[in-house]
Design a protein around this ligand. Structure first.
Ligand SMILES: [Fe+2]
Ligand SMILES: [Fe+2]
Length: 257
């Protein structure tokens, strides 16, 4: 893994970030504003609004593996904190409140803390993939220009984070060949759909109020997860992933509304 390139990437990504016009008039119908605000309030907490660091009991071993890795992890979490700032601006714009606890966030932090840094990094990778599906839908259907502009900035960062996670996994020897590889991507997809479902349970009222559907959301999640797994296999030894089969199977489980 080329640490220098990643440090350069994160430094470069701080530039050219046009701030959304938070002072622009709000023209969102009240029946949409309510669920959208609750969703953004919760997302602010989950996307950088909590502890801006790795919190697994053994995280220090990963962070201090090299001095460069410590720098990269710090730069990554600075971007997560920036997402919380942007989401906080959206919350204020819509007259909401800064929440500091939610059941899904408590469960999220508990998993990260007790199951070790490898699992925490997987949870964070999956969160970034699933959040990308959420932000893409919010950007597509947003009835508010500044909110869509905020999604654009966050999506740009998350694309970099996902690429970093891919590079990190490949340099650690992932995916493993044969049955071990099959087990890895099975559990990765299973955990990914579990994370996606937790997100859907909390944010469906917003996504449906603005015009999205459950089918579209799960299709976007499937696209993110399968593309990520395929990219790992392209980079390493190829193990054929029946992505089309997975897509079709999931389309049957999660039919469009
Ligand atoms: Fe984020
Ligand atoms: Fe991220």
């Amino acid at each position: 893994m080329n640490y220098t390139n990643w440090i350069e990437y994160f430094k470069h990504n701080k530039q050219n970030r046009p701030e959304p016009d938070w002072a622009a008039p709000v023209n969102v119908p009240p029946d949409v504003l309510g669920p959208m605000l609750r969703s953004v309030e919760q997302f602010r907490l989950g996307d950088g609004g909590g502890p801006a660091s790795l919190i697994a009991y053994d995280a220090e071993g990963f962070r201090s593996s090299t001095e460069e890795m410590r720098t990269i992890v710090d730069l990554w979490f600075k971007e997560e904190a920036e997402h919380a700032r942007l989401l906080g601006c959206a919350v204020k714009r819509f007259g909401g409140r800064i929440i500091t606890s939610h059941w899904s966030f408590t469960a999220f932090c508990l998993c990260r803390r007790v199951l070790g840094v490898r699992f925490e990094l997987q949870v964070l990778t999956l969160t970034e993939l699933v959040s990308t599906a959420y932000y893409r839908m919010l950007r597509k259907y947003s009835p508010d220009g500044p909110l869509a502009a905020m999604c654009e900035l966050i999506l740009r960062d998350e694309a970099g984070h996902v690429a970093f996670q891919r590079a990190r996994l490949v340099s650690a020897g992932c995916p493993l060949p044969g049955l071990c590889g099959l087990w890895w991507w099975s559990q990765f997809l299973l955990c990914g759909y579990a994370a996606a479902t937790v997100l859907w349970v909390s944010h469906a009222p917003c996504l449906t109020a603005i015009g999205g559907s459950r089918g579209e959301y799960y299709a976007a999640v499937t696209h993110q997860l399968t593309r990520f797994v395929r990219s790992l296999h392209r980079t390493n030894k190829p193990l054929r992933i029946p992505a089309l089969w997975v897509k079709r199977a999931l389309a049957q489980i999660e039919p469009a509304k």
